[in-house]
Design a protein around this ligand. Structure first.
Ligand code: SF4
Length: 960
């Protein structure tokens, strides 16, 4: 059914004037989105990208230097991987600007402000252009230039020593923004180390666990465009996951008649666009969602046939209710009883959201049926103890309505994303690194990254070589001053190499600062679940590509990049060769050319092989245009592998896939070589979901068997902060929201973005500010469990009373006047007043300065915002391992000794809190003496033996 309302006369008028893009259906062929020559409002047609001149504004003189070659690449300023087009001046061989790539299937030519701002980052006058080596004590702020050769030799020698000395666990790579599809994981596997660490457990790990337990794929991929009802628990129109690609499709869904509901205690820009805004007391979202499930069940608004076919209800009856062999009707009675207590009235009492609103939304969800799209990313899931159950409760609504993987529904992300295989796959690693997957967290979705300094302080290990890559752990993580203490400690951390395109607070505590390329300065492939299709995008170094297009060969990307900026791909190849110069360690062979045996692989060869062999349909498509696959990707930047991928789980397995398979007579799971491959339903073996039951797991045997039987069903977990536990003056702090125009710690070099937003006041409802006599602009002191920060107040009704909020996207700082990031950071003094008692105090805010960019002398903003994360202790959820971000805080008016921007924290106290939370865990071994269930993913695959923590018990014997 088409819900698209007819455009009114205003829309048609502005369309005819060319002020807006065509109001055609969003699936219009790509050519229609391209410009007739000379129009600003549309895109240059692809056949003119080789030689393009932008239209000249009226009154300006035509300038021959405006002739450009347009080179596609991929944005790197968030995870969405939108397409960019670099306009490279042919004469000067410099990038003039970045705009959208209209051929990119995810972003379709559109970008948020951060995409075009890539040009600011490239031209940042504070850019690091040469490798630097520390001089004097670590963190002392003194550096010298060093050659890449010396850096690579030093790193290679240290890594080789760790590997040959039997200490592979001492080498670690810690990434903030990856921007690739498994290429560094391949490097680490080739080195034989389980040393991958990421930022995921301060980001999305909780939501990932919720989804993974349901469907064996750890993220949702909604088809917003075709949905009839959209329920969001993150700010997807303004800054949530896959922000721009999702935002444009949400708006298209709305234009086609979909209704939008947003659950968020804060009136985000997204909530402001919603038909219904639900503002629960933080941590009670699970109660609201289960109350919606209750309404669907009680009012018969669920898809009975879907639920009967696709959830593991028989296993639930057998294992949980002791009702083996009972009918689906018995299951329905059971489930209604289980969720009988979650009435809308109960949820209202918990959350403050009116029961009538919950009923209304639930009925709209029921009416939307299979066209019900949802998303949660960080939001509530990342905020609370048991946040992963909030994601599970949300997906429960999709399961009940049969909207899993349907047009307009919510699919597993793995259907809409691909990881093209490279020419070579190193074997799984042989050992298990407890610094990343400690035994206390056998179900943690990703590495326990934010506890690394606590583990090192506790003496669980040490690191000889620690790489941070596009990662600023000191600033990004909770308990940042504990990071600082460990980063400075050369006993615990032998060498820290910061691979980064920009200065950051952690790089100051590195031994090497190694400049790496920005979006248009390196190679990568990316693919993201932006909608119901599958695509791959090529990030290419645009100056190199332009030079090659003009017949100027380039051997190494750094030859085309500014200064001595390298790209990671070439860095890892070169480093790997130096670690294993004669091939004796078995590492070098993974970095040899597939075309020239025994010789070093080039970036061109790596991606040529990938595009020729691992991207289905690309060779044929390229051939239609007389191009090779890599030429096609260099020319257009992206390729759509598949459109409209829906309901993959219903695929019947062909005979060749089921040959030799056996079917479990009780569960009907089909297995081959001991591995589940499908499930028999109505006499046919279907693909199902990659879970142990091959169905959607309403009942999780994994949780039951691994020590959490009380959470085996989607449920409501009380947050670590409950409203009734708050004392006088205490509130809950929501510190997790994004400013949509900033990039965590990578935008203090982007003048356009900073001009738009640069501070992060504390949102406070008048009911909360009035008792303190606080008005907008007044200083407030926000006390946490381990310290405090001082910020200005913004009094607003756009936040639920009882809750205050502060964005984590501002508050950058630097210790030296001339350190990088001057456009967006404060100069601070950092003092350890007593052991472990750190006070950070601003000396001054942002000031204009002279540089080759005249705009830096015109900087008018002074306020860079206030850092807050260092004042938070760690709160690792005992199941998902996610840091639970929300804080119980006490607020007061700032006193005479307090200054704007003060941050104080006591790392002794934070360590005690770490130990308290550790006590909540239920450590491995689990069944079979394992460290972790074999079916849960991890970034670096380990051999089966590495999973064995204790000897496997005899089949019928007691646990070991
Ligand atoms: S949403 Fe914005 S920052 Fe993210 S990839 Fe797209 S253009 Fe870049």
């Amino acid at each position: 059914m088409n819900h698209r309302p007819k455009p009114g006369w205003i829309e048609r008028t502005v369309e005819s004037l060319g002020w807006i893009n065509r109001l055609d259906p969003p699936t219009a062929p790509r050519e229609e989105r391209l410009a007739p020559e000379g129009k600003f409002s549309q895109f240059p047609p692809a056949d003119r990208w080789g030689d393009w001149a932008d239209p000249v504004p009226p009154g300006a003189e035509a300038d021959a230097s405006r002739r450009c070659v347009l080179i596609p690449t991929t944005c790197f300023n968030c995870e969405a991987a939108c397409g960019l087009l670099a306009y490279v001046d042919k004469e000067r061989l410099e990038v003039r600007k970045f705009e959208g790539n209209p051929l990119h299937p995810g972003s379709r030519g559109r970008n948020c402000a951060k995409g075009p701002a890539t040009i600011n980052q490239i031209r940042d006058p504070d850019r690091i252009l040469h490798p630097l080596r520390r001089v004097g004590p670590r963190g002392g702020g003194r550096w010298e230039r060093v050659g890449w050769d010396a850096v690579l030799d030093d790193l290679a020698a240290r890594i080789r020593e760790s590997l040959t000395g039997g200490k592979p666990e001492e080498v670690m790579y810690h990434v903030g923004r990856p921007g690739y599809e498994g290429s560094v994981e391949r490097v680490l596997k080739a080195w034989g180390i389980d040393g991958h660490n990421s930022h995921t457990n301060v980001c999305s790990a909780a939501a990932r666990l919720g989804y993974h337990l349901w469907q064996g794929s750890d993220r949702p991929s909604p088809d917003h465009q075709r949905s009839r009802f959209i329920l969001l628990m993150s700010s997807h129109l303004e800054g949530g996951h896959y922000f721009n690609p999702h935002a444009q499709r949400i708006i298209e869904g709305k234009l086609a008649g979909a209704k939008l509901a947003v659950i968020d205690p804060r009136l985000s820009n997204t909530a402001a666009r919603a038909d219904t805004w639900l503002a629960p007391y933080p941590g009670t979202e699970g109660a609201v969602l289960l109350a919606m499930a209750h309404v669907l069940l009680e009012e018969g608004l669920f898809d009975r046939a879907y639920v009967e076919t696709w959830i593991n209800w028989e296993e639930y009856l057998r294992e949980k209710a002791g009702l083996s062999g009972a009918s689906f009707d018995v299951f329905l009675s059971e489930i209604k009883e289980v969720y009988g207590a979650y009435t809308p009235e109960f949820a209202e009492a918990e959350s403050g959201v009116p029961a009538a609103t919950i009923r209304k939304v639930a009925r709209e969800i029921g009416r939307a049926g299979s066209a019900f799209a949802t998303h949660i990313w960080r939001g509530a899931a990342s905020a609370h103890l048991g946040g992963w159950q909030i994601a599970r409760a949300l997906h429960f609504l999709n399961v009940l309505t049969g909207s899993v993987g349907t047009p307009g529904g919510t699919a597993p992300a793995s259907w809409h994303k691909t990881k093209p295989a490279p020419f070579d796959a190193p074997p799984a690693v042989k050992f298990w690194n407890e610094l990343v997957y400690p035994r206390e967290y056998p179900l943690s979705t990703y590495e326990m990254s934010f506890l690394l300094p606590h583990f090192l302080k506790e003496g669980r290990g040490k690191l000889s070589v620690y790489f941070t890559r596009v990662y600023n752990p000191l600033w990004t993580n909770p308990d940042g001053f504990t990071w600082l203490e460990v980063l400075k400690d050369e006993e615990k951390l032998g060498l820290h190499a910061a691979l980064t395109p920009t200065w950051n607070e952690s790089a100051l505590y590195a031994d090497y600062v190694l400049p790496m390329g920005l979006a248009g300065e390196r190679h990568d492939v990316q693919s993201q679940e932006t909608h119901s299709g599958v695509w791959v995008s090529f990030r290419q170094p645009v100056l190199r590509a332009a030079m090659e297009r003009m017949g100027k060969p380039v051997q190494w990307t750094y030859e085309a990049n500014p200064g001595e900026v390298w790209e990671e791909d070439e860095f890892w190849v070169e480093l790997s060769w130096r670690i294993d110069p004669d091939g004796g360690l078995g590492i070098r062979r993974h970095f040899e050319s597939p075309d020239r045996p025994g010789e070093k692989i080039t970036a061109e060869e790596y991606y040529r092989w990938m595009f020729e062999n691992s991207v289905p349909g690309l060779p044929e498509k390229a051939a239609e245009e007389g191009l090779s696959p890599i030429e096609y990707m260099k020319r257009y930047g992206s390729f759509e592998i598949q459109k409209d991928v829906f309901q993959k789980y219903t695929r019947q397995l062909p005979a060749e896939e089921t040959e030799g398979a056996s079917i479990d007579p009780r569960t009907r799971v089909a297995s081959r070589d001991g591995r589940p491959i499908g499930v028999e339903i109505a006499g046919r073996v279907l693909e199902g979901f990659p879970t142990p039951s091959r169905k959607l797991e309403f009942f999780s045997s994994t949780l039951k068997d691994w020590g959490w039987p009380e959470h085996a069903l989607p449920g409501y977990v009380f947050s670590h902060i409950r409203e009734e536990d708050l004392g006088p003056g205490e509130l809950i702090l929501l510190p997790t929201f994004r400013l949509p125009t900033l990039i965590h710690t990578r935008s203090a070099n982007a003048k356009w973005l900073l001009e738009i937003s640069h501070r992060n006041p504390v949102w406070m409802h008048p009911k909360d500010s009035d008792p303190f006599g606080l008005k907008t602009g007044d200083l407030v002191k926000v006390h946490t469990e381990i310290g405090y920060f001082v910020n200005r107040v913004w009094v607003t009704e756009a936040i639920r009373p009882g809750v205050i909020a502060c964005s984590h996207h501002a508050g950058r700082w630097r210790l030296d006047e001339n350190e990088g990031g001057r456009m967006g950071s404060a100069l601070v003094r950092l003092e350890e007043r007593e052991k472990g008692q750190w006070l950070l105090r601003q000396v001054h805010g942002v000031s204009p300065f002279e540089s080759e960019d005249p705009d830096t002398a015109r900087i008018w903003w002074r306020d860079p915002g206030v850092h807050q994360n260092a004042a938070f202790p760690v709160h690792p959820d005992p199941v998902s391992g996610m840091h639970c971000w929300h804080q119980k805080v006490r607020v007061e008016k700032a006193g005479p000794d307090d200054r704007y921007g003060d941050v104080f924290a006591d790392t002794g106290k934070s360590f005690e809190i770490y130990r308290e939370w550790l006590q909540k865990t239920r450590p491995a071994p689990g069944p079979g003496g394992l460290r972790r269930p074999l079916w849960l993913n991890r970034p670096i695959p380990c051999e089966r033996d590495a999973y064995q923590l204790t000897p496997e018990p005899p089949v019928d014997g007691p646990p070991a």
